[in-house]
Design a protein around this ligand. Sequence first.
Ligand code: PRX
Length: 656
Amino acid sequence: MSTIDSILRETRVFEPTDEFKRKATISGMEAYNQLCDQANEHYAGFWGELARERITWKKMFTRVLDESTPPFFKWFDDGVLNVSYNCLDRHLAQLANKIAIIFEADDGQVTRVTYAELYRRVCQFANGLKSLDVKKGDRVVVYMPMSIEAVIAMQACARIGAIHSVVFGGFSAKSLQERIIDAGASVVITANEGMRGGKAVPLKAVTDEAIGLGGCDGLRKVVVYQRTNHGCAQWNDERDIWWHKLTEGQPETCEPEWVNAEDPLFILYTSGSTGKPKGIQHSSAGYLLGTINTMYWSFDYKPNDIFWCTADVGWITGHSYVTYGPLAVGATQVIFEGVPTYPDAGRFWQMIETHKVTTFYTAPTAIRSLIKLGADLPNQYDLSSLRLLGTVGEPINPEAWMWYYEVVGKRRCPIIDTWWQTETGSHMITPMPGAVPTKPGSCTLPVPGIAVDIVDESGAPIEPGKGGFLVIKRPWPSMVRTIWGDPERFKKTYFPEEFNGQLYLAGDSAHRDENGYFWIMGRIDDVLNVSGHRLGTMEIESALVANPLVAEAAVVGKPHEVKGEAVVAFVVLKKSPESRDEAQQIAKNLREWVSHEIGALARPEEIRFGDNLPKTRSGKIMRRLLRSLAKGEQITQDVSTLENPGILQQLQEAVN
Ligand code: PRX
């Protein structure tokens, strides 16, 4: 751990403005501390009260937390509810005509739907799914562009008790196929095409390709939303059905399927350091409560807010803060189909001005790329509607934080740097904006009720300033319940024996400063964070080795100005290239290959060929050395245990 001891020394502190503090849900440090104390002293009572207040139950629970079979914790487990009912039906009496979604398409066209319309459309689509014989507990894969329909698809699954598994539209046919198989999905919902930055993304064609790869035995139907007026390259009359045909004539109401609190709401796949992606399984009630609490606490949600989370629904951020959280509290939200740089780098700022966005939530990688493309651009727009800014996905560097604070937020808007994960379901560490003073680059203090700590290898707490493992000491309502189909892996990965199975191991390293503020330092495993998205090095290595030219491959990350981290691949070819040109051509092909196998996110920035990889005498690849090589650092480590020290120089020079 000594290598990750803190090097950051950030001393700037920003208090919330009096104006913000006065109106905030959690106003001032005293209120924040009080909530934390309450949770600490009466853990079950604290969560139980919130769950009673903020969720509408069909049948109220009588037990809050069941800890009898750790780490398989149950929350509110004899309660009965429906998540879609909580997001739609319960608002109809008061908010039927309130705008639920302002959708801005890639080409700028805007569509608005009210809560009443969204309710009707979700019901119709839910009835459509039922007509395809989709039942409670069935898995439905959603492979959609950002759209009102993507939200409808997810909400409709929740309505009938089906378990959705959204696959990000940028993932390849192979990744889609693996997820369809692992989830055992019977239906895929997709679109003929998506539109991003003026270009069409052929989602239906990729779906056909995925199914063509074989093994999707349980798959019966593919529902296709017609996003563009192009058709589909292929059509299978027996299997494929248009969205508009499916919903035609369907009733506009649909009695929700009442489910138990612990019934799974969704599975979302995420990368781990080893093996195939993990199907992170979330519950219905606990998950919903996590998203609602953080809407009120971290986002300080107010009924007049115009909320905009830029994340795609293919990621957990899009689940919690597009599909579920905002709708569960009855918010008006913006959903954007396109990319931040199209038609130009002013797109986000233009949209904030047009839609009078009050709460804006995006990723550090987007902020960094927009600074690069026009640090002054925000000044050309009226951003005065903004009152709160947020970031998520990776550490934000203090320079980017300060720019966000000054140029976008005009020193008026608190920034919530939200640390959490697919597995945590909702924010875990982030400043309560009307209470906790912020420091650029720190996610500050835990959300009330979340017992975060930093420990050493033995599980003992660590003193301030020293780096260690970030852990969560008590179960929380929105936590992952298991890995779909693999409870053993769930236990091993998140509640390892080293910590007596008592602590949730997040997989991040962190340290705390003298004020108890958390600073996230990065992953402790072989997981890369590229543009705020998790990629397992193993996955990329497996993809490379699957190429007929490749004998062996090792993948590491290197710091990247915009993406945070970039993929660097060290590759041993079966036959060495004969010229520099040939090497470059092969490198180019391998990049394409990885893109095609996994998705463009995983495309290596750099590929280096060598006759071998640096290995210990026992044959273990020395990844530490590869990381240093990738960063262009001088090798200062002891290399005497290397089987083949000469390889280092070769790999140092072989950049493609
Ligand atoms: O390493 C942490 C980083 O992203 C990982 C979780 O990735 P994922 O499950 O894809 O979820 C991303 C969106 C919640 C974490 O283990 N991470 C996420 N947020 C932050 C962060 N690192 C530093 N600061 C953050 N605010």
